[in-house]
Design a protein around this ligand. Structure first.
Ligand SMILES: [Zn+2]
Length: 466
């Protein structure tokens, strides 16, 4: 059985893969700065005889690695960016590893590495002559800032793919069947006039403009559909209060179930910014859309395929130590936190009393995933995604608890299960023409009309928080 051989390949490479995931975890790099992680993955893929491009247009830490030739072409999407200030040791209590350091609180150290493992296993099957076609691994930078895949799509890197496969660390083993939230990331820049604070009447404060914009935005909330969310932070101008700041920026992320909500809300937010500029005598110098994504379009045939492979594998193989680690974390949560944690990952009520989920959940009654990403490739290519359990129920993404788990053996065991699920699905798609045709027909029948959210000349850029 060739599929068995593919899974054996991941077992054989498990040490290399867990070492890679831990290495990336120990050197957490934030969006667009993933130099160490991208070099590490590119080197491993090069050593495995992939044709590797490290450094894509505007994305020096992006990777396209390809092996094989001809159709079908299956793409596996990986990520490796970390989050600011989420440093944490791989222990089940709060222990900062590096003061002020970053951390893998979204588990992208596992996400990318699981994809690399699957791509290598498929490459070996092509080499043996068991499969025909092309496998591509995409190292997608800056997911956390909703940037990488949007630009990679605009610049044609996914062209000719027959299907794209993706997984994300979480608390459940389940396919994504419903859309996630559409999102957009925007920086508003105000320009004023600086002055020494005692002569502030000569100045025009850009910080005042940002503050008034944020007040206005909070009043705007009531008059937008309830589904529209936005969050903001003020980007530091690095000066003391005894100077009137002449430059200040506000960084907004907006989310809604569908792009159309944001298309309506966005110009109103811009009007609020213009009003704030008028009130303060400053100028709204720039409104820059940095990235974002449409709501993710899920392919149900691919979702079914992930479930079939998960069932065949029987779930992740956690150890007694993993369960003990999970229990220690879980004991620190309130019942309410566990409940919301379960809901966030579409875990059905019968599993609410579980600590670490080793079961497979084929479907759920959730209508939308309360997350967003740079999901636009799913509007152009058949796209399948799933969660694999890499942390206990009650842990949310972007927390120190998630960082603790993604550096521990729970994370590694979840990642190996995800890697096998991806590889098994790839195997099926490359060996079963009728299945791939069904995937593509389902996508074609949706008749999607894709509109890119960024301009043709936009360049990926990093937001400086400090
Ligand atoms: Zn993530």
């Amino acid at each position: 059985m060739s599929k068995k051989k593919i899974w054996e390949s991941i077992d054989q490479n498990s040490q290399m893969l867990t070492k890679m995931a831990r290495d990336i975890w120990e050197y957490p790099e934030v969006s667009l700065e993933e130099v160490h992680a991208s070099k590490l993955q590119a080197k491993v893929l090069e050593d495995a005889q992939f044709n590797v491009t490290l450094g894509l247009k505007g994305l020096p830490t992006g990777i396209v690695a390809e092996y094989g030739s001809g159709k079908p072409i299956i793409g596996i999407l990986g990520e490796y960016d970390a989050l600011e200030s989420l440093s944490q040791d791989s222990v089940p209590e709060r222990k900062i590893r590096v003061e002020g350091g970053h951390g893998h609180g979204c588990g992208h150290n596992l996400l990318g590495t699981g994809g690399v493992g699957a791509a290598i296993a498929i490459k070996e099957a092509i080499e043996r002559g068991d499969l025909h076609g092309t496998i591509r691994y995409y190292g997608c930078p800056a997911e956390e800032e909703l940037v990488g895949k949007l630009f990679m799509l605009r610049d044609g890197y996914f062209d000719n793919c027959d299907a794209l496969l993706y997984w994300h660390p979480g608390a459940n083993n389940t396919p994504w069947r419903v859309p996630c939230l559409a999102s957009t990331s925007i920086v508003f820049t105000f320009k004023g006039i600086t002055a020494h604070a005692p002569q502030a009447h000569l100045g025009r404060s850009a910080l005042d403009a940002v503050e008034l914009m944020n007040v206005g935005a909070n009043y705007l909330r009531e008059h937008l559909p309830r589904e529209v969310m936005f969050h903001y932070s003020i980007l530091g101008n690095g000066i003391a209060p005894n100077t009137v700041p002449d430059i200040c920026q506000s960084w907004y992320m907006m989310r809604a179930p569908e792009r159309s909500y944001l298309d309506e809300a966005f110009p109103r937010l811009v009007d609020v910014a213009k009003g704030a500029a008028m009130m303060t005598g400053t100028a709204l110098e720039n409104v820059e859309v940095l990235g974002g994504g449409n709501d993710m379009v899920m392919n149900q045939t691919l979702a079914d395929l992930f479930v079939e492979n998960m069932d065949e594998l029987g779930g992740p193989s956690f150890t007694e130590e993993d369960y003990a680690f999970a229990k220690q974390l879980s004991d620190q949560f309130t019942p309410e936190q566990k409940l919301w944690g379960a809901k966030a990952f579409q875990i059905p009520p019968e599993y609410y009393d579980k600590v670490l989920l080793d079961k497979i959940v084929p479907t759920s009654d959730v209508k939308i995933l309360p997350i967003s990403g740079d999901a636009d490739p799913s509007w152009v290519f058949p796209f399948g995604a799933f969660f694999a359990a890499t942390w206990p129920i009650g842990v949310f993404t972007h927390t120190w608890q998630a960082t603790a788990c993604t550096g521990s053996s729970i994370g590694m065991h979840g990642m190996l299960f995800a890697s096998k699920t991806l590889a098994g699905a790839c195997y099926d798609l490359m060996s079963n023409e009728a299945l791939l045709s069904k995937v593509k027909k389902e996508f074609k029948d949706l008749n999607l009309d894709y509109k890119c959210n960024i301009s043709a000349d936009a360049v990926p850029r990093k937001v400086k928080l400090k």
